[in-house]
Design a protein around this ligand. Structure first.
Ligand SMILES: C[S@@+](CC[C@H](N)C(=O)[O-])C[C@H]1O[C@@H](n2cnc3c(N)ncnc32)[C@H](O)[C@@H]1O
Length: 236
């Protein structure tokens, strides 16, 4: 199957893909974060994740409003579907923040994967400082595998902490990840393998996969971001 961005709901699209046909799952799902209580959670992503005084505002995206119980259930649903699509021993990387770290490690295991660790995305001192508090400088990559993960896989040693600054000209989504960060993360996949990202957003995982010599399939539900991804990939 060729590289493709599928526009629609991952839960409907994933069942149409061939079992055992992917070498890695690397994704940045909606975190459903940004507040402990249901009413805070249900605010628009722009109210939760953007500072209104910032110059460049990004388009809204869907799927970020679930409360804790339904978010966990939803995570397990799509992760279980991804388990069917991955080859034995394939790695899984899930982005999350500090609030959703425990839920994400639970979801990974409930879906049948082996949890192997947590790597750190260090956003550098470029993030907003707050007097008397720790900087909110890290997000996390919960990682694991589908069953045993042979040491002899064709993949390099990867850093446990990846420092990558968010750059305006490289951020095409409200919660977009730096391309340089994703170029490092995709290397967990066996050389030349095929990567699945069910929540592509502005396509950073797919761009990184393409630049690093992997094949890929992505899904994205928000039309605007599916268009951004297609444009970005066409420009490579
Ligand atoms: C955290 S963002 C991904 C951002 C991406 N890593 C980037 O760098 O641009 C998650 C994306 O998942 C999409 N999404 C939410 N629910 C979805 C679903 N059921 N199926 C497919 N995509 C979905 C949202 O529209 C959003 O763009």
């Amino acid at each position: 199957m060729k590289n493709q961005l599928l526009q629609g709901d991952a839960l409907k699209l994933l069942p149409t893909l061939e079992a055992g046909s992917f070498d890695a799952l690397i994704t940045d799902p909606p975190y459903a974060s940004g507040g402990v209580h249901a009413n805070a959670r249900q605010r628009k992503p722009s109210e939760k994740y953007q500072q209104s005084d910032r110059m460049h505002l990004h388009a809204e995206f869907v799927g970020d409003e679930r409360d804790q119980r339904s978010h966990l259930r939803w995570m397990v649903l799509w992760l279980a579907e991804c388990a069917r699509l991955l080859k034995e021993g394939a790695p899984v990387c899930l982005f999350t923040d500090w609030r959703q770290l425990p839920l994400t490690t639970d979801a990974l295991q409930a879906a049948g994967f082996t949890w192997r660790g947590v790597a750190v995305w260090d956003k550098t001192e470029g993030v907003r400082p707050q007097l008397g508090r720790f900087r909110s400088q890290a997000e996390y990559i919960v990682w694991g595998s589908k069953g045993a993960m042979p040491l002899a896989r064709r993949a390099p040693i990867l850093p446990g902490v990846i420092r990558a600054k968010v750059r305006k000209d490289d951020k095409l989504h409200m919660t977009g990840k730096p391309t340089e960060l994703m170029r490092q993360v995709v290397r967990i996949c066996e050389e030349g393998g095929r990567i699945l990202d069910p929540f592509a957003g502005s396509g950073t995982t797919l761009v990184a996969a393409q630049l690093e010599g992997y094949s890929w399939i992505g899904c994205e539900l928000t039309q605007h971001y599916a268009d951004v991804t297609r444009e970005r990939l066409a420009g490579l």
